[in-house]
Write a protein that binds this ligand. Structure first.
Ligand SMILES: *Cc1c(COP(=O)(O)O)cnc(C)c1O
Length: 424
């Protein structure tokens, strides 16, 4: 099926007389006739539900739709994008291991890897996404277990050369995990370019209405864990906490990763999405393909207007021919990238603050990627503790404004931006 059709009807096909919309199974627990029936679930011998901290039928229907959209073999929902990225990495790595990651990834994920996972004994090396194959190769160590990047980075808006990163990962016998939040599978399917596992903050375009936090992990089912069994003991040796099951043997390439993440990490961390939130996420998914098209059209129109404006020093948007990422965008994102544009005002930090104060349609928010246009000056909010030098080094100079173009009319958005720039 075409991705547009999967957005609307994927994941769930009701039988005769069953509800047309996915049922919300608002229940923590599930009933069984005998202890033996339930025992089989705990031994992972039978499929079924017993406790919504691990799995819930509503969440599984929505995960199945996202799995179909990405072209994967198995998927799960999590309570947030942060939880999805943590689970995806921690399902592979343990103390003593090492991660290679793109340096321009989302600040939350950067902290997760460089601060919190470091405390768990997992080290990381960050590489410029535009590095050469040699530089990328040099970042690997014998204990490297995974490579991580974002298709379009938030908020740096760099585009990942997925094939380059996949080649390097596979040459070292490790998987590539790609956070595909910004383009969504409507605009890019990283599995088609060699990625092994995809993650999402569904909080962004997938929900798309600023209503529910959530995350998702999808497995391509292609990474052969057993071929590198010595690197991945968590997947390739018996799990004593599950009666000695070896995930990669019992569930194969297609199912091992998500089964382990559910049976072990969801059991122990409980970062589960609520069935009600999964239901609302699914409402967002039903129109994702239509909304992405408008977000991209608005992003492009705003980027072009800003680029031609004398008070704007520069614009970052991979759809513009002036972008250093334009060629990569044409390859990986031929249908469009996303609605997020960032730009610098010639008048510096002061000008950015005046501009944002004068906007009438675009609200100041830390959020991105929902129906209503919003904007943020990282230097005076999320990156407030940094000096101007540190801001420049981090790729978020003091004058930078990030604007997430929503679903309004592009004429109204541009008129609003024009009147605010007048006042600068
Ligand atoms: C927002 C975001 C996250 C974190 O997601 P939450 O749902 O806020 O936890 C991770 N990666 C990217 C690319 C994001 O934009």
């Amino acid at each position: 099926m075409n991705r547009d059709t999967i957005c609307v009807q994927g994941g769930y096909t009701p039988g005769n007389g069953e509800p047309r919309q996915i049922p919300i199974i608002q229940s923590t627990t599930f009933k069984y006739a005998t202890s033996e029936d339930m025992g089989k679930l705990f031994d992972l011998e039978a499929e079924g539900y017993f406790y919504s901290r691990l799995q819930n039928p509503t969440c599984d229907l929505v995960a199945k739709k996202i799995c179909e959209l990405e072209g994967g073999t198995a998927a799960m929902l999590t309570s947030s994008g942060q939880a999805a990225n943590f689970f995806a990495l921690f399902n592979i790595c343990e103390a003593g291991d090492h991660i290679v990651a793109s340096s321009t990834i989302y600040g939350g994920t950067f902290n997760l890897i460089s601060v919190t996972m470091k405390k768990m004994g997992i080290e990381a090396t960050f590489v410029d996404p535009l590095c050469t194959e040699e530089e990328l190769d040099a970042a690997f160590r014998p204990n490297t277990k995974v490579v991580f990047g974002e298709t379009i980075a938030n908020p740096a808006l760099t585009v990942l050369d997925i094939e380059k990163f996949a080649r390097a990962a596979h040459a070292h016998g490790v998987p590539l995990v790609v956070d595909n939040t910004f383009p969504t599978p409507v605009n890019c399917r990283p599995f088609e370019w060699g990625a092994d596992i995809v993650t999402h903050s569904t909080t962004k375009y997938m929900d798309g209405h600023g209503a529910v936090l959530g995350g998702a992990i999808v497995d391509s089912g292609r990474f052969d864990w057993m071929a590198y069994a010595e690197k991945f003991p968590g997947l390739c040796t018996p799990d004593e906490s599950y009666h000695g099951i070896t995930y990669a043997e019992r569930f194969g390439k297609e199912g091992a990763f998500i089964t382990k993440a559910t049976a072990q990490l969801m059991r122990d961390f409980g970062s589960m999405q609520s069935p009600m939130n999964a239901y609302m996420l699914n409402l967002g998914l039903e129109s994702l393909h239509v909304r992405m098209q408008r977000h991209c059209e608005n992003g492009m129109a705003v980027a072009k207007f800003l680029e031609a404006h004398p008070k704007v020093a520069y614009v970052n948007y991979c759809g513009l021919e002036s972008s250093p990422y334009h060629a990569l965008a044409q390859k990986y994102l031929p249908k469009g990238s996303c609605g997020v544009v960032s730009f610098g005002l010639a008048g510096g930090r002061e000008a950015a603050s005046t501009f944002m104060r004068e906007l009438k349609l675009a609200a100041i928010e830390t959020h991105v990627a929902d129906a209503r246009t919003c904007c943020l000056n990282p230097a005076s909010s999320t990156h407030r503790q940094m000096t101007d030098e540190q801001l420049a080094a981090a790729g978020v100079p003091a004058e930078l404004v990030r604007m997430s173009c929503g679903l309004e009319s592009s004429e109204d958005l541009i008129a609003d931006i024009a009147q605010a720039l007048e006042k600068v």
